[in-house]
Design a protein around this ligand. Structure first.
Ligand code: PEP
Length: 254
């Protein structure tokens, strides 16, 4: 697939896999993708498996990511981990503002913004998630919601910092539901996000930032979604829990 931007496919394992299972899954993915240079491949296991997965993928082209972090460097924040702690475990990416974090844990754009800035300062690439609910889409509010989330989550970032970010467009109604946005629905929102980035910075930033699609992406629909001009990869939930389906999605991005 001839893309302007290098595709990036990340597996969000959510709260799944024991350490032993995580090692198995990472080994299964490594078998096929250790030398993959055409696509940035990122595995995001739970905190408890970061170290073990990092040991499996060391020396390969596969990168490690976390699913969340706190914005402070250290302190009395029971249950939290900092960007520096993730770097220490060889994480290069961190998913921020996933819709599950927003809806179950009260993460606002302001919180996502603080985390995004802290991640960049610590040399972690933030994967900043945005997406509308079904009500919002049906009420014709998709663009307004996406614009508020993108501007709020990326507020105050310089052009240089914006290009350090990956954005994941994940319509909430498509996450874990088996319902996928059509490739045209996804493309329209991705293009819209690029327009916001151009307005926030400039055309070069808009052209450079990678925007992933997430929401029931699987081998059967990956190729069509990834063929759209503004879709630069995928953030994969369910289909990332099995090596075969994740590898097939990465291959569809090549
Ligand atoms: C996600 O949670 O980021 C996601 C895209 O999940 P799924 O692929 O299962 O819809």
């Amino acid at each position: 697939m001839d893309k302007v931007r290098k595709p990036i496919v990340a597996g969000n394992w959510k709260m799944n896999k024991t350490v032993a299972e995580a090692i198995d899954l990472a080994n299964g993915i490594k078998r096929d993708l250790a030398g993959c240079k055409e696509v940035d491949v990122v595995l995001c296991p739970p905190f408890t498996s970061l170290k073990a997965v990092s040991e499996v993928i060391t020396g390969t082209h596969i990168d490690l990511g976390a699913q969340n972090m706190h914005w402070e460097k250290a302190g009395a924040f029971t249950g939290e981990v900092s960007a520096e702690m993730l770097r220490e475990l060889y994480c290069h990416y961190v998913i921020l503002g996933h819709s599950e974090r927003r809806s179950y844990f009260g993460e606002t754009d302001e919180i996502v913004n603080k985390k995004t800035k802290a991640a960049i300062t610590a040399n972690l690439t933030p994967i900043v998630c945005v997406g509308e609910t079904l009500d919002e889409r049906e009420g014709g509010r998709t663009e307004a919601v996406i614009e508020e989330q993108v501007r709020g989550s990326l507020k105050g970032l310089s052009a240089r910092e914006l290009v350090e970010c990956v954005i994941a467009y994940e319509p909430v109604w498509a996450i874990g539901t088996g319902k996928t946005a059509t490739s045209q629905q996804a493309q329209d929102v991705h293009k819209f996000i690029r327009g916001i980035l151009e307005d926030m910075a400039d055309e070069s930033v808009a052209r450079t930032v990678r925007i992933q699609y997430g929401g029931s992406m699987k081998p059967a629909n990956a190729e069509e979604l990834l063929s759209m001009p503004d879709i630069d990869g995928g953030l994969i939930g369910g289909a990332a829990l099995e090596a075969r389906s994740f590898v097939d999605i990465v291959k569809a991005a090549m």
